[in-house]
Design a protein around this ligand. Structure first.
Ligand SMILES: Cc1ncc(COP(=O)(O)O)c(C=O)c1O
Length: 432
C-alpha cells in the first residue's frame, strides 16, 4: 500500500483526530491548534463539496469561512478537478525558465476580464507575493518610494506586503521592516491627501476591507482616490485578493465604482481551490519598468502550466454559471435575513454590512465574536471573526450556495443569537 492509499483509506474519525492533533502539537504549531479550538474552528476537514465541508466524523457544516474567499467556485469543484486531472495526463508544472503557452493564454484572458486598460500579468503563488510585485512595480515605475496604505488593511505577511498590513501585532516582532509605508484612515480622502508627499509612489487598499471587518469603501471615495492619484502621478493599487472573481456581485469589486486601478492584485479564488496561483495585473504604461527589469519577480512556482489551466477552468466556470450575479442575489437574501435579526437582536447586532457574498456582522464587544463562532458550529455553520477586528464575524460562503443553504445559515445565526441572549441574561441575573 502506498502512503497515499494508506492516508486516504483511514476512516476511523477518532484515530484521525488523535493523530492530527498530536502531529499539530508535536510537529506543527501547538498554539494554532488551541486558537482554532477557541475560535470554534476545530473541525478536521474530511469531505468537501459545494457550499459544505464535513468533519471527519461525518458532521456537515456550511462553510462561511472558505479560507477568506478561496472557494468561490465551491469546495472540491468537480468540473475544475476534472480539468486538473486532464492537464496532469499531459503536463507537469512546466519550467519557470521557459516559455509556457498556458501562461500567455491566462494573461490574455485576465486582460479581457479585468476592468479598463489593465493588461499585463505577472504570476506568483500567494496573495502576499503578488502585493509585493505591485509595490515593486509602483516603486520601479514611478521612481518614488512611499506607499500609502490603510489602517486595518490586510495584504499578507511576506517582505514588502507585511509593512502594508495595517495592524501592529503582525509587524512588531519582526522590525525593522521595509521602510516607506504610511497608514491612513480608511474611507477618508482627506487623510490620503494629507499623507501625500513628493515621494509618494502609490496608494494601496482593498475595495472592501476583509480582515479589517468587512468594510466596503464608498464609491465616491474610490473615484476621489482615482482623481487624486492621477493628478499627483501616483499609482492606485487595488488588492482584490478577497474581493475578486465574483465575490462581491461583480467579477471584480472595482466594477461597482467604475474606478480602474493601475494595478490589481488577485489570488485566492483564482486557484479554483485546487492549485495555488496569484498575480498582479497592470497597465501598459507601467510595463516600461519591465524593459530594464524583466525579472522583478523570480518565482519557481508562479504561473505554472497546471496553475494557469486551473485558473482558466475556474474563470470559465465562474462565467458559465454567472457566479457574480448569483453572489449578488444570494447576498441580498442574506442581507434581508440578517437585517431582520438586527432588529430582533438589536442589543447584540450593531451592524450588518458587505457586498455580494462578502458579508460581516458586527457585535458590540470582542468576546461575542468567538462565542458566536462556537455556537454557529453547533448549529451547522463554520465561520470566523475577521483577524484585524474580532467584533465582526464574516460570512463568505462559496458563490454556489443555494437559497436553502442561505436560509439555513440565517437560521443558525438566529439560534446562536438566541443562546447568546440567554447567556447574557443569566450572567446579568447572577451578577445582580
Ligand atoms: C486582501 C488580502 N491581501 C493579501 C492577502 C495575502 O494572501 P496570501 O495569504 O495568499 O499571501 C490576503 C490573505 O488573506 C488578503 O485577504
Amino acid at each position: 500500500m502506498s502512503v497515499i492509499d494508506d492516508i486516504l483509506s483511514e476512516k476511523d474519525p477518532e484515530k484521525i483526530r488523535k493523530e492530527t492533533e498530536t502531529n499539530y502539537r508535536e510537529y506543527l504549531n501547538p498554539f494554532v491548534l488551541r486558537m482554532f479550538k477557541n475560535a470554534g474552528l476545530d473541525i478536521i476537514e474530511g469531505r468537501r463539496e459545494g457550499a459544505s465541508v464535513w468533519d471527519v466524523t461525518g458532521d456537515k457544516y456550511i462553510d462561511c469561512v472558505t479560507g477568506a474567499g478561496i472557494f468561490n467556485v465551491g469546495r472540491h469543484n468537480r468540473e475544475i478537478t476534472d480539468a486538473l486531472k486532464k492537464a496532469l495526463d499531459v503536463y507537469d508544472m512546466g519550467g519557470w525558465i521557459s516559455i509556457i503557452r498556458e501562461r500567455g493564454l491566462l494573461a490574455k484572458k485576465l486582460a479581457e476580464i479585468t476592468p479598463g486598460n489593465l493588461k499585463y500579468s505577472l504570476f506568483c503563488c500567494g496573495g502576499g507575493e503578488a502585493v509585493e510585485v505591485a509595490v515593486k512595480l509602483a516603486r520601479g515605475h514611478t521612481g518614488k518610494t512611499e506607499i500609502i496604505c490603510m489602517e486595518n488593511g490586510y495584504h499578507g505577511v511576506t517582505g514588502f506586503a507585511l509593512p502594508a498590513t495595517g495592524r501592529e501585532v503582525y509587524k512588531k516582532p519582526f522590525a525593522p521592516l521595509a521602510p516607506g509605508y504610511t497608514h491612513v484612515t480608511f474611507n477618508d480622502i482627506n487623510a490620503v491627501k494629507a499623507a501625500i508627499t513628493k515621494d509618494t509612489a502609490a496608494v494601496l487598499l482593498e475595495p472592501v476591507q476583509g480582515e479589517g471587518g468587512i468594510r466596503p469603501a464608498d464609491d465616491s471615495y474610490l473615484s476621489g482616490l482615482r482623481k487624486l492619484c492621477t493628478d499627483n502621478e501616483i499609482l492606485l493599487i487595488f488588492d482584490e485578493v478577497q474581493t475578486g472573481f465574483g465575490r462581491t456581485g461583480k467579477m471584480f469589486c472595482a466594477e461597482h465604482s467604475g474606478v480602474v486601478p493601475d494595478i490589481m492584485v488577485l489570488a485566492k479564488s483564482m486557484s479554483g481551490g485546487l492549485y495555488p496561483i496569484s498575480c498582479a495585473v497592470f497597465t501598459e504604461e507601467i510595463s516600461d519598468f519591465l524593459i530594464a527589469h524583466p525579472f522583478i519577480i523570480i518565482n519557481s512556482f508562479g504561473g505554472t502550466s497546471l496553475a494557469c489551466l486551473v485558473a482558466l477552468a475556474t474563470i470559465e466556470f465562474i462565467e458559465k454559471n454567472n457566479l457574480p450575479e448569483r453572489a449578488a442575489k444570494m447576498g441580498k437574501r442574506f442581507m434581508e435575513g440578517l437585517s431582520s435579526l438586527k432588529i430582533t437582536y438589536g442589543e447584540l447586532v450593531v451592524d450588518v454590512r458587505g457586498k455580494g457574498l462578502m458579508l460581516g456582522i458586527e457585535f458590540p464587544e470582542e468576546s461575542i465574536g468567538p462565542r458566536m463562532a462556537s455556537l454557529l458550529k453547533k448549529n451547522g455553520v463554520i465561520s470566523i471573526y475577521t483577524f484585524n477586528n474580532p467584533r465582526i464575524i464574516r460570512i463568505m460562503p462559496s458563490l454556489v450556495i443555494t437559497e436553502e443553504e442561505v436560509d439555513f445559515v440565517v437560521e443558525a445565526f438566529e439560534k446562536s443569537l438566541k443562546e447568546i441572549r440567554a447567556q447574557e441574561s443569566e450572567r446579568k441575573s447572577k451578577k445582580g
